[in-house]
Design a binder for this molecule. Structure first.
Ligand SMILES: NC(=O)c1ccc[n+]([C@@H]2O[C@H](COP(=O)([O-])OP(=O)(O)OC[C@H]3O[C@@H](n4cnc5c(N)ncnc54)[C@H](O)[C@@H]3O)[C@@H](O)[C@H]2O)c1
Length: 380
């Protein structure tokens, strides 16, 4: 097995999911490459050292530029807040490194296009961590659609609901709360949560032609952790939009951090001519399926427990009936990435795929401002 030296930047929530994936992937998937946890980088030396020891990284850095300059690093993995993705990715591409980048790709489409240009010029393998594509039940939804089981698609409906920013006393900015600071996040729920829904939707149902959106910022001012001052909140707390897909289907998308009682309720439902499917992150190993072609007296929604060896990814895990969870989606993503560049059939979503999602996000935010339907520019 060939070794692939990983340099991870950022040791927060995603730094942990990625580290876990790199460590586990070869235990469960037969691959030509083995990720080696060579170095982790973050700015706080004591914390990054402790993280390196806990996860088994051989070394650490406190400046990502030094990490990129190291000849012993093959792959740069970006798990830092959104406002740093572009600078790091472009520098890594110039240094000829393979790149994995967290979502959303960039602060906006313009910046994302610059990243795609740099990555494609360098010709380096790349992928963006839209991990929900690799929940086995979601991958199976893709298979059912591609097999034509749903027939013509009429409707796509997606939601991503949370409730953690309702308190007006919650500050914005800095560690842990950069998501509330528009300068670090680029946008609110649109780039953070709806980007996931949009990526899945583009993958399952093709490109989006135009959108009509509304957004709201329920808490207009919050104390900023970095300045200590009360500052205007620039992110969207909630966003709902209508979309027309290029295949003629109609869609509704909704996301908020103000849906009391919901922590990470990502759901989608797709209605086709012959069949419908539905999925819910809180019950992630199940795919709901209704097929109108079933015998009428037995017709109804089936709840498919996606845990069998002939269902996506599951032959690599335990025995039929035993389910897996959230962290496995990242392991699947690393497995597909390694198999992809080994076989010269790159895994997706690439930076260019993620740019398409970025363009939809831009059109959504623009429509919320103009009050008009906005066209989504083509990324491909
Ligand atoms: N795929 C998913 O489901 C998913 C889930 C959560 C977050 N994300 C994305 O992952 C990224 C990180 O989010 P998170 O939740 O892990 O955030 P986090 O706040 O938990 O961690 C961010 C890390 O980046 C480090 N960092 C910030 N600036 C840095 C710099 N200049 N140099 C080195 N390190 C730096 C911080 O110290 C911290 O370790 C974001 O882009 C976010 O949108 C994706």
């Amino acid at each position: 097995m060939k070794k692939l030296n990983v340099g991870l930047i950022g040791y927060g929530f995603m730094g942990r999911t990625h580290s876990n994936a790199f460590r586990q992937v070869n235990k469960f998937f037969s691959l030509g490459y083995e990720p080696v946890l060579k170095a982790v980088c973050a700015r706080d030396e004591a914390k990054v050292k402790a993280f390196a020891e806990n996860w088994g990284y051989e070394t650490y850095e406190t400046d990502w530029r030094k990490l990129i300059a190291r000849p012993d690093i093959d792959l740069i993995d970006i798990a830092t807040p959104n406002n740093s993705h572009a600078e790091i990715a472009i520098a890594a591409a110039k240094a000829g490194k393979m790149i994995l980048c967290e979502k959303p790709l960039s602060m906006d489409g313009k910046q994302g296009a610059q990243m795609v240009k740099a990555i494609e010029k360098a010709g380096v393998p790349n992928m963006v961590w839209y991990n929900y594509r690799r929940v086995p039940a979601v991958t199976m939804a893709k298979q059912l659609i591609d097999e034509g089981r749903l027939g013509r698609i009429f409707h796509y409906r997606a939601k991503f609901l949370q409730d953690w920013t309702i308190s007006k006393d919650l500050p914005q900015g800095g560690a842990g709360l950069w998501r509330l600071d528009v300068k670090a996040a680029g946008s609110g729920v649109t780039g953070d949560l709806l980007a996931h829904c949009i990526d899945t939707a583009l993958w399952l149902n093709g490109s989006i032609a135009n959108v009509s959106a509304m957004t709201e910022t329920f808490v207009k001012e919050r104390k900023h952790n970095l300045t200590g001052k009360i500052e205007k909140v620039g992110i969207d707390d909630a966003c709902a939009f209508l979309a027309r897909f290029n295949n003629g289907s109609l869609a509704t998308f909704e996301s908020t951090r103000y849906a009391r009682g919901h922590k990470a309720l990502y759901t989608f439902e797709i209605n086709g001519e012959h069949a419908s499917i539905a999925w819910d992150l809180h019950d992630l190993h199940r795919l709901q399926y209704f097929d109108h072609r079933d015998e009428s007296k037995l017709r109804g929604w089936r709840s498919i427990h996606v845990t069998d060896g002939d269902q996506p990814y599951m032959k690599n895990w335990w025995v039929p009936g035993l389910q897996i969870g959230y962290e496995h989606t990242f392991i699947h993503q690393v497995a597909d990435f390694l198999a992809g560049f080994d076989s010269q059939t790159p895994a997706h979503p690439s930076f260019r795929d993620a740019l398409e999602t970025q363009y939809v996000c831009d059109a959504v935010l623009k429509s919320a401002q103009t009050g008009k339907w906005e066209k989504v520019p083509k990324a491909k």
